[in-house]
Structures are given as structure tokens and as C-alpha cells.
Design a protein around this ligand. Structure first.
Ligand SMILES: Nc1ncnc2c1ncn2[C@@H]1O[C@H](COP(=O)(O)OP(=O)(O)OP(=O)(O)O)[C@@H](O)[C@H]1O
Ligand SMILES: O=P(O)(O)OC[C@H]1O[C@H](OP(=O)(O)OP(=O)(O)O)[C@H](O)[C@@H]1O
Ligand SMILES: [Mg+2]
Length: 293
């Protein structure tokens, strides 16, 4: 690559989770004090922190070659960028977040149509206007700088269109969800000219593969155990493996070593059952990456 790749990292809700994901994928990104230009241990990349709302605009106009932001902000500006891959993580979880319409719990509003003539407060103004326009529902959409849930409580709006991940903020303000507008997750987006450059494209594709590998690995663990030859069939039958488990011989012994990768949520139930079927010396270890072609 002749030029360095200009990478945009989201400042705000997604920042901590994104830097942790890059670390797992193999890049050490460090943010020094108040600088918006983090350093990265890769000479072929320069980084900039950029608000998630502006990321797609900056990728579209070429200020950045590649960036990470939510599907929501790409949709808000209908940005003309190439989506390389979905990376499904949010602020606190590995699940998508949802944009919802919510009203006060005791509001008479039950359906979207009941909002006719009412005021809706949101950060996602363009998308919200289009959403209600397409349904022929005439609402007044007011821009919110944040703390949007409070606007229903204080009577500034009849409803909000707001993102929710755990629903704790919705619940804390006594609100009720009446409709889901969209699910959003992080996406890796690229400028179309950069995507047409073979060297940049190769680098971005490698980055996408490693980031996906790191995300997948977060949901899996490695398991290794010793099993007497006589018990190996019973033990292997319990293992939900990505591929067939690896079975190796232990040196000068009738015992075998069985190794596999399983869903981290399954381990709690699996280990007691493996022990019952004769497995011994079970070890569980975290994974940094799981990469498939
Ligand atoms: N729990 C969450 N709350 C808010 N945004 C989230 C959450 N989980 C994921 N996101 C995503 O993070 C991005 C929001 O980042 P953005 O910079 O717009 O706001 P923010 O990080 O909440 O900033 P601020 O803290 O100033 O409100 C969006 O793309 C959104 O989809
Ligand atoms: O469903 P939850 O897990 O509660 O998360 C959703 C909340 O998180 C975000 O707020 P943020 O911290 O960005 O504050 P803001 O209102 O100032 O944007 C979002 O705007 C919601 O208020
Ligand atoms: Mg916010």
C-alpha cells in the first residue's frame, strides 16, 4: 500500500467496545489524553476518533477510508458507502440495539396512528420523519441533543424515538415501547474509491476477517480433557463441536486427550456431564480469534 489507510474509530458509546475488539483482533490502539488521533501499532494505518453520527459522512467523502459506526447513522444520512461486514456488538453487549417508539406508561397512545398530530422527540430526526411520512402519520419531529427519555416525563414530547439496548433507561423513566423501528449493530464501512484500490481493499478485507474472528471467539471457549479409551465415544457424543473434536494419544498411556471448541454458555451444563461420562482433568480456556474461510 502506497498510502496509509485512514481508519475512523467511533467516539462515544461504541469506543470502549471497539478498542477492545481491535486489541483482540491484533491491533493495539491507544488514546492519549484528549487527543482525537489515537496511535496504533501498525505503520500502514492512521487512526482518528470520530462521532458515530458523522462517521458515514466522513467515509463517503473520503476524509476516512474505512470506519466503524452503527447501521442507524448510516441509514439516517443514507450514506453512499460500501458495507464490508456487520460486527454485531453494542455498548454493553454483543447483541444488536433497537430504535423504538416509546410513550409514558399511562399514555392513551397504543398504536403509531394514535400519534397523529403529536410531538416526537429524537436524535434520529431524518429517519424518524421518513418513517412517519411513509405511513401517512403527521407528527412534529423535534431534534433532541440527548437525555431524550426525560422529554416525555417532563411533558416536552408525547413520544420519543430512542435507542435501547438493555431497556434500563426506558424503564427508569416509566416508559412503554409501542413499536420497533429498526435494529442496529455496528458495521465496518468503506469509501467506494478506497474499496476500488486493490491494496487498500486487501488490507480492509484482512481487517474485517480478524475483527469478525475476534467477535466470534468472544462467544466460544476451548475445552480440553483426558478420557480413557473405553469412554471416548460417550464423551465425544456430548461435544457440540465446530468440527469433529481432536483426539490425541497421551504418551505411553491408554488415555486419550480430547480437545474442542464450544459455546461459552453451554459449558456450565456440559462439564458435569463430561465428568459423569469419564472425562478427567478438564480445562477451559478463552479464545482470541476463531477464523473460518
Ligand atoms: N446502549 C447504547 N446506547 C447508545 N448507543 C448505542 C448503544 N449501543 C450501541 N449504540 C450505538 O452507538 C452509536 C451511538 O453513538 P453516538 O456517538 O451517536 O452516541 P453516544 O455514544 O451515545 O454519545 P453520547 O454519549 O454523547 O450520547 C450508534 O450507532 C448506536 O447504534
Ligand atoms: O437501553 P439502555 O441499555 O438503557 O441504553 C440506552 C440508553 O443509552 C443511550 O444513552 P446515552 O448514554 O448515550 O445518553 P444520551 O441520552 O445523553 O445520549 C441511549 O440514548 C439510551 O438513553
Ligand atoms: Mg447517546
Amino acid at each position: 500500500m502506497n498510502e496509509q489507510l485512514k481508519l475512523g474509530l467511533p467516539k462515544g458509546s461504541l469506543q470502549a467496545a471497539t478498542l477492545a475488539l481491535f486489541k483482540k483482533a491484533g491491533w493495539d490502539v491507544s488514546v492519549a489524553g484528549r487527543s482525537y488521533f489515537p496511535s496504533i501499532d501498525d505503520d500502514t494505518i492512521t487512526c482518528a476518533l470520530c462521532r458515530a453520527q458523522e462517521m458515514a459522512i466522513n467515509v463517503e467523502n473520503g476524509t476516512l477510508d474505512v470506519g466503524l459506526t452503527g447501521r442507524d447513522w448510516i441509514a439516517e444520512y443514507a450514506s453512499d458507502v460500501h458495507v464490508v461486514t456487520d460486527l454485531v456488538y453494542s455498548k454493553v453487549s454483543a447483541k444488536p440495539a433497537r430504535w423504538v417508539v416509546a410513550v409514558a406508561y399511562d399514555s392513551p397512545v397504543q398504536t403509531l396512528e394514535d400519534l397523529q398530530g403529536k410531538t416526537v422527540s429524537t436524535e434520529l430526526v431524518g429517519y424518524t420523519k421518513r418513517f412517519f411520512d411513509e405511513r401517512g402519520i403527521d407528527v412534529k419531529v423535534k431534534f433532541s441533543w440527548g437525555a431524550t427519555e426525560a422529554k416525555v416525563v417532563s411533558g416536552l414530547a408525547d413520544a420519543i424515538v430512542e435507542i435501547t439496548e438493555t431497556e434500563s433507561t426506558i424503564k427508569a423513566h416509566g416508559l412503554r415501547v409501542i413499536h420497533e423501528l429498526m435494529q442496529t449493530n455496528t458495521q465496518l464501512i468503506v469509501n467506494k474509491t478506497a474499496w476500488a484500490d486493490p491494496a487498500k481493499r486487501e488490507k480492509i478485507e484482512e481487517m474485517a476477517m480478524l475483527l469478525k474472528g475476534a467477535l466470534v471467539a468472544g462467544k466460544l471457549v476451548g475445552l480440553k480433557m483426558n478420557v480413557a479409551k473405553a469412554d471416548v465415544e460417550k464423551v465425544v457424543n456430548l461435544l457440540p463441536s465446530l468440527h469433529a473434536p481432536t483426539v490425541a494419544h497421551l504418551y505411553q498411556s491408554d488415555w486419550l486427550s480430547v480437545e474442542t471448541v464450544v459455546d461459552s454458555g453451554a459449558v456450565r451444563d456440559l462439564i458435569p456431564r463430561l465428568l459423569k461420562e469419564g472425562a478427567e482433568g478438564i480445562i477451559e480456556y478463552p479464545l482470541n480469534k476463531v477464523v473460518n474461510k
